[in-house]
Design a protein around this ligand. Structure first.
Ligand code: HEC
Length: 216
């Protein structure tokens, strides 16, 4: 095939021509620099170790370590609030929009509560937590109270010794986020239909409204 004479008579390791030709193109056989190949091998060895450690082993992914830092922060905050006796419906409402808090609480729910209340809180041994009916009151502080103190005679445990203060608050907030989620196979509502006590803020607003209009 190749009747052209090879011009590699110089034959340094740098520009040794390879034997073949593709569409008349010939190429040199220049090895990649050693340092480049070394880095390449290092990345290959590194990646399975990384995956094993962070995805399956003891390492925590960035989002997880962020969550645990946030939870530690809320823990301190919750302890301060509890020390001041200041857990209000509004404190718990605020936590409902806090993603780290809710994702932490969701994990606890799946591990500790789902056996009785169902994976989607649709109810089982315990009541459905997604409907508008409550046996022990549906204000965030009522829910917090039920989770914290439990109803031992009815089979609902008291969680205040097993969960940290912030986790208890987070659980109450998480149960709040389940409202109206309408899961499949929902257990029939138990207790009484509950409408949230109108927060004072709204009452203040409606009182303020006429005053503002008279002022303008
Ligand atoms: C061993 C089963 C069991 C587990 C585990 C359990 N619960 Fe309950 N839960 C119950 C039962 C039973 C009731 C109903 C008590 C009653 O009838 O007074 C209840 C009631 C409740 C209520 C009040 C519902 C209402 O209508 O007022 C809330 C809120 C609640 N549980 C949240 C939780 C949370 C959060 C967890 C996990 C931290 C949890 N429960 C774990 C069995 C359980």
């Amino acid at each position: 095939m190749s009747n052209a004479t090879h011009p590699n008579s110089s034959d340094t390791s740098e520009d040794r021509l390879l034997d073949h030709r593709y569409d008349g193109i010939q190429e040199y056989d220049n090895p990649l620099p050693r340092w480049w190949v070394a880095i390449f091998w290092v990345t290959i060895v590194f990646s399975p170790l990384y995956i094993l450690h962070y995805h399956f082993g003891a390492g925590s992914l960035e989002i997880e370590s962020y969550d645990s830092e946030m939870i530690a922060f809320f823990d301190r905050q919750a302890q301060e609030l509890l020390a001041l006796g200041e857990v209000t419906d509004e404190t718990i409402d605020d936590l409902m929009t806090n993603e780290s808090m809710i994702s932490g609480a969701k994990k606890i729910y799946q591990a500790r509560c789902a056996t009785c209340h169902g994976v989607f809180a649709e109810g089982g041994i315990g009541p459905n937590l997604t409907d508008g009916n409550w046996i022990h009151g549906g204000n965030p502080t009522d829910i917090y109270q039920t989770i914290s103190e439990g109803v031992p005679e009815k089979g609902m445990l008291s969680w205040k010794r097993q969960l940290r203060p912030a986790e208890l608050l987070g659980m109450a907030a998480y149960v709040g986020t389940l409202q109206g989620t309408d899961p499949p196979d929902a257990k029939a509502p138990e207790g009484v239909p509950f409408t949230r006590t109108v927060p004072d803020v709204e009452a203040d607003l409606s009182e303020d409204a006429p005053t503002e209009s008279t002022e303008s």
